[in-house]
Design a protein around this ligand. Structure first.
Ligand code: BES
Ligand code: ZN
Ligand code: ZN
Length: 459
């Protein structure tokens, strides 16, 4: 049975309001006001509309629980009421976006429960938004897939399929090549694992672009993080550590979306993929490792592994003479404690001592974040934090002090960059313990929509 959602623009309604409208339908009032008829003057909070989509989705799931099989709603269609004045496409798109993201399920490993998601019959008119939603769901699938089904080599194989499907280029460097390149960070972190590491290079360059220098996206691909020999100390904190490749998943989802929608941009994705485990060969606290850049690092905690693999990838990025590099990583519990699940934490090397203005790139990223509802919170990046990383035996150590751990982690990465750079710590948002708005329990795919929007606005 089909369920109909009718959107009605209302200049009187103060907030989004919806009510049941017969047995198979709800009427959803959208508080709209236009200072002029042009779309750019439309005063509406897109994120509120996405949330309304998710709210009605949850109402429909509850309704379906009360119905017998034959009477359950299987499909949903969304329409404008005939007497709705403007019938703005963006409003409809935002609504379908919230509904579609809320409709995501990961039931692949269940053998006896049928999927309770709906078929949504109304499509999104904006092709980039539509591709970004697909990219988000791909990222969610990758995060939700456990290590038993997705190690580094399996990720590279999956990437091969995605590259063909969306139309981007993929190069996979195997362990031998990683050794040849002397990626000491990647190799050390993976030493405790039997599975092999990979280094994945994704390239998408649209035919029409005349850009010479790409934006490089670097994603932390720790397929599982036990902490290594500095085994994770907090009870149950390991349960969700399949999400430690959330940064990689966001990069993959975004490049997939850009390629699929044939967006006008030049973007390269770099994904070091490893496992962090204790084992006979595992790296130990006190080890000194030489990174691909030649910098030596004293490892004081094997659980601070993300920064080691990212450092090699950030160094590798230099060869592209990038216009900008953005790295994404589930890097620190400190980032999660600072902001929680409501936004992602950002730092940049632009004018880092003066924390009153941001780079043009960062301003544009902040604006994309507000538009797509994946908000970015900039943190200070003063050099004072760097002093905590001074090592007595090597150039730098991989551990800062007890405070502001997300910033000292960022400061560690700064050793390996020489270009405009933004660091995004997504530890608080990559994985949820329970459903929140249009994000479902498990992997969120956070930052796919942010990056896709940012990169398409830029060109
Ligand atoms: N993967 C974790 C960070 C993390 C925490 C991801 C929560 C997702 C949710 C990272 O590798 C880590 O263990 N970080 C340590 C660093 C510390 C040892 C300096 C942390 O934040 O405790
Ligand atoms: Zn760790
Ligand atoms: Zn980690």
């Amino acid at each position: 049975m089909n369920f109909k959602i009718i959107l009605h623009e209302s200049e009187e309604a103060k907030k989004i309001n919806w009510h049941v409208n017969g047995e198979h339908s709800v009427m959803c009032l959208m508080p709209l006001s236009y200072s002029s008829i042009e779309e750019k003057n439309l005063e509406i909070d897109s994120n509120l509309i996405r949330r309304a989509g998710a709210e009605i989705h949850s109402f429909l799931l509850t309704l379906n629980k009360a119905y017998y099989k034959a009477h359950k709603f299987k499909t949903i269609s969304i329409h404008y009421s005939d007497d709705s004045k403007y019938q703005n496409k963006r409003v409809l798109d935002n609504f379908v976006e919230g509904l579609t993201l809320a409709n995501y399920t990961f039931y692949k490993h269940k053998t006896n429960i049928s999927d309770e998601s709906f078929k949504i019959k109304t499509s999104i008119s904006d092709k980039v938004t539509s591709a970004a939603i697909k990219g988000t769901c791909i990222a969610r699938d990758l995060i939700n897939e456990p290590l038993s089904h997705l190690n580094a080599e399996q990720l590279s194989r999956t990437l091969g399929d995605l590259a063909k499907e969306a139309g981007f280029k993929l190069e996979v460097l195997n362990e031998n090549k990683i050794k040849e390149l002397k990626m000491g960070g990647v190799l050390s972190v993976n030493k405790g694992s039997i599975a092999k590491p990979t280094f994945n290079i994704l390239t998408y360059k649209s035919k029409k672009t005349n850009r010479k220098n790409p934006v490089v996206l670097v994603g932390k691909g720790v397929m599982y993080d036990t902490g290594g020999l500095s085994l994770k100390p907090t009870p149950n904190s390991m349960d969700m550590m399949k999400c430690d490749m959330g940064g990689a998943a966001s990069v993959i989802g975004a490049i997939y979306a850009l390629a699929l929608s044939k967006a006008d941009c030049y973007v390269v994705g770099l994904i070091p993929a490893v496992e962090n485990r204790p084992g006979g060969e595992a790296y130990v606290p006190g080890d000194v490792i030489t990174m691909m850049s030649g910098t030596t690092v004293e490892v004081l905690n094997t659980d601070a592994e993300g920064r080691l693999i990212l450092a090699d990838a950030l160094h590798y990025a230099k060869r592209y003479k990038p216009e900008l590099v953005i790295d994404l990583a589930t890097l620190t519990g400190a980032a999660a404690r600072a902001i929680g699940k409501h936004g992602l934490v950002a730092m940049e090397n632009h004018q880092k001592e003066i924390f009153t203005d941001f780079s043009t790139h960062m301003k544009s990223l902040l604006s994309s974040g507000n538009i797509v509802g994946e908000r970015v919170v900039v943190q200070p990046f003063w050099d004072d934090y760097k002093d905590e990383l001074i090592s007595s035996v090597a150039d730098v150590k991989n551990l800062g002090g007890a405070e502001a751990g997300h910033i000292t982690a960022g400061k560690f990465l700064e050793y390996f960059v020489d270009y405009p750079w933004i660091h995004l710590d997504i530890a608080g948002v990559a994985f949820l313990q329970k459903n929140h708005l249009y994000n479902k329990q498990g992997g969120t795919g956070f930052a796919v929509r942010l990056l896709t929007h940012f990169l398409t606005q830029k060109s």
